[in-house]
Unconditional design. Structure first.
Length: 274
């Protein structure tokens, strides 16, 4: 058997030394194909997304609050679960909270507390708070003392079954399976679907291993963005009426559509009333 083994080794050596023969690691790449879960079939945004999946870095978040709220639209939020699965969602709706002067902000009057400390931290810091004692909302700090952007709605791209599991776990009693459009169309739904709770408060999106953002494909232009009033902030005088909520016009994953504002924007030539 030894001469036969030597002959095989000699053939292998000759193949590897032949420049026209691809290196072994190239063959491994050719033979390895991604499994079914790695390339979702339900979104055009994934065609080239994973080739350019480097995370957004600290300098992206370091911009004024309104600018950041608009810049988030079209970017991708990524959440890596403890079991290794990844959830990907395209940001389609945000709200800006401007800090001290903003009567609807948790940091109005420059008030700093243990609860809202993340709003005063470096841009890109997550501020997670609880509402009604059970639901969570996630914000991202921006430039400006106590300023942050609320992430309101996502268009789910990858890991939809995991999102359904996480959402179902927080719903009581047997219910119909959630449709794609119901998974992340609201701030607390988004947090449920992505498994975001108070443990994520004060984490850094530019550095964290379990949650980050990557650049989106086909980022919207100004004509694609609707600016309207924020939701659920009650009577805060003029601050209840300021157009500090931003969403992608025509996107079915937005939580609340403002048809009146869309008509007004169309009439003023901001975008065509298609």
């Amino acid at each position: 058997t030894m001469p036969r083994k030597r002959k095989l080794l000699a053939q292998l050596s000759a193949l590897q030394s032949n420049p026209s023969f691809p290196p072994l690691n190239a063959l491994e790449k050719l033979s390895s194909t991604p499994d079914g879960d790695s390339s979702p079939k339900n979104s055009k945004y994934f065609a080239t997304q994973k080739k350019n999946s480097s995370r957004l870095e600290a300098d992206f978040f370091n911009q004024p609050c309104i600018s950041l709220a608009k810049s988030f639209l079209g970017q991708i939020l990524v959440r890596k679960l403890p079991d290794g699965r990844e959830l990907w969602g395209r940001i389609v709706e945000t709200e800006a909270y401007l800090g001290g002067e903003d009567e609807a902000s948790h940091s109005k009057g420059g008030k700093q507390t243990l609860r809202n400390a993340a709003m005063f931290m470096a841009p890109g810091t997550l501020y997670v708070y609880q509402i009604y004692g059970i639901y969570f909302c996630v914000n991202v700090s921006s430039q400006g003392e106590g300023a942050a952007v609320l992430l309101r709605s996502l268009e789910p791209l990858e890991g939809l079954e995991a999102m359904r599991e996480l959402r179902s776990a927080s719903r009581k009693g047997p219910r119909k399976p959630l449709k794609d459009g119901q998974l992340c169309n609201g701030p607390s739904k988004l947090c449920q679907a992505f498994g975001i709770d108070k443990a994520f408060d004060q984490r850094d999106l530019a550095e964290d291993a379990a949650i980050w953002m990557v650049p989106g494909q086909d980022l919207p232009g100004e004509q694609d963005v609707v600016a309207t009033t924020r939701i659920g902030i009650g009577n805060r005088g003029e601050w209840s009426q300021k157009p500090l909520r931003f969403y992608l016009r025509g996107n079915k994953f937005v939580s609340v559509v403002d048809k009146k504002m869309e008509r007004e924007m169309g009439a003023s030539g901001h975008f065509s009333c298609a």
